[in-house]
Design a protein around this ligand. Structure first.
Ligand code: HEC
Ligand code: HEC
Length: 380
């Protein structure tokens, strides 16, 4: 699936002046057709971008007051310095819990149509609300968080500037956070530069890896387009999170999620693995399926998969080389996976190419969070 863009320079003489003309000829620079460089993210009509809004969203992303106990900001589980993710298999959870899934990066989430590992959220705005309120994440209560914002003079001013309201509204806080997330994007990776015409942006090893990715290893069947994800759902047979066996706090979180998401009593007692997309559709055919994640920025987001069970990109490639794995629901395992017979050199080439979807590490200092002040007592 490699498209040859063939061009050479031919000199023609026109009215006595020599000019260079591009024409089709034999020297080939190859670009895959099922992958693409990243453009600008879509911006929803009801949440236009402005510098004031994204600046406010940045403060709120790092502000611990947007959580139940005033100590669990978004940035607690999406740490800029690791990969805007959380570097354990399973994410940190709200105090007294662990989360039950791996924390994905927020880098480039602006481009997804479906957010979360099971695509349950359709916009960054909706996702921010779910995250701030979720029992094993922010565990906040909208009215309480809104009241807290009202007691911060700087927020009163900033929300008024951006949204025109006398007092901050919690739904506008989620709008601002979503706008901020739309600035955490990376469009100039070695891969993008190569696709835009810089032949030297990829090493020889990466170019071989690209051919495997779109050819023999068939990665681009699912990891395609500019986001390097077709945004569909598959069961790959990723082994169950090993902490379910040994960590009682993890077991409690897992059972809480099974209950909260509506499993039957029988399944609640029986299941030892994450049913994935099943919780969204309640279709047996969706047991153990997860959304194809983007491979952008994955150089910095180990460990991998919805439960972090694969530690390195080398482990991921070896996993696919063996045709995927086995789990409680692998009756549903995708028929697209089969042993790939890659040798050591090919595996290394593939890893090198996957790394070309990541540019430099993008870090950000924690901003100064504005202070509370008591509201003046009104007398009449
Ligand atoms: C306690 C840890 C924790 C906190 C706090 C938290 N998150 Fe997350 N976040 C996660 C985990 C874990 C997931 C994946 C959950 C899932 O898919 O079921 C996630 C998923 C996401 C996603 C979806 C990424 C994707 O690839 O689809 C976005 C966006 C996101 N969080 C943003 C936020 C924002 C904004 C906040 C603050 C309002 C926040 N998170 C607070 C742990 C956390
Ligand atoms: C059948 C579709 C499919 C094919 C083919 C496929 N993938 Fe995936 N990939 C997925 C899905 C689905 C996930 C998430 C699975 C999960 O968490 O259970 C994933 C996850 C990953 C991850 C982890 C990303 C993260 O953020 O945790 C990497 C890396 C990856 N794939 C690389 C590859 C490579 C390299 C190939 C080719 C050898 C490949 N994939 C082939 C569907 C596919």
């Amino acid at each position: 699936m490699i498209n040859s863009i063939v061009k050479t320079v031919r000199t023609v003489t026109l009215a006595g002046v020599s000019i260079a003309v591009m024409t089709a000829a034999a020297t080939a620079t190859e670009r895959p057709t099922d992958l693409a460089p990243l453009g600008d993210p879509p911006i929803p009509a009801d949440n236009p971008m402005s510098a004031e809004k994204t600046e406010l969203g940045k403060l709120l992303f790092f502000d611990p007051r947007l959580s139940g106990n005033g100590a669990m900001p978004c940035s607690a589980c999406h740490l800029p310095e690791t990969g805007w993710d959380f570097p354990d298999k399973i994410s940190l959870g709200y105090p007294g819990t662990t989360h039950w899934r791996n924390s994905p990066t927020i880098m480039n989430t602006a481009y997804y149509g479906n957010l979360f590992w099971t695509g349950v959220s359709k916009s960054l705005e909706a996702e921010a609300r779910t995250a701030a309120r979720g029992g094993v994440a922010g565990n906040g209560e909208d009215d309480m968080m809104e009241t807290r914002l009202a007691f911060v003079p700087e927020y009163r001013e900033r929300f008024k500037d951006v949204f025109g309201t006398e007092y901050p509204r919690i739904r506008d806080a989620y709008m601002a956070i979503a706008a901020f997330e739309r600035t955490i994007i990376q469009k100039d990776t070695p891969f993008d530069n190569y696709m835009r015409g810089d032949d030297d942006a990829l090493s020889a090893e990466q170019k071989r890896g690209m051919e495997l990715f779109t050819g023999k290893a068939e990665c681009s069947t699912c990891h395609s387009g500019a986001l390097v994800s077709n945004q569909k759902y598959y069961n790959l047979g990723v082994p169950a999170y090993d902490g379910w066996e040994t960590d009682e706090i993890a077991q409690i979180s897992f059972r809480f999620e099974l209950y909260a998401k509506g499993s039957t009593e029988e399944n609640y007692r029986k299941w030892k693995d994450d049913p994935g997309l099943y919780f969204v559709t309640k279709e047996k055919a969706d047991l153990g399926k997860f959304r194809v994640p983007s491979l952008r920025y994955t150089k910095y987001t180990a460990p991998y998969m919805h439960n972090g069970m694969l530690e390195t990109l080398e482990d991921v490639v070896e996993f696919y080389n063996q045709g995927g794995g086995t789990n409680e629901f692998s009756k549903n395992k995708s028929k697209l996976l089969k042993p790939l017979n890659l040798n050591e050199k090919e595996k290394a080439d593939l890893v090198a190419f996957v790394e070309s979807f990541s540019g430099e590490r993008f870090v950000m200092e924690v901003p100064d969070i504005p202070e509370y002040e008591p509201l003046p007592v009104e007398t009449n």
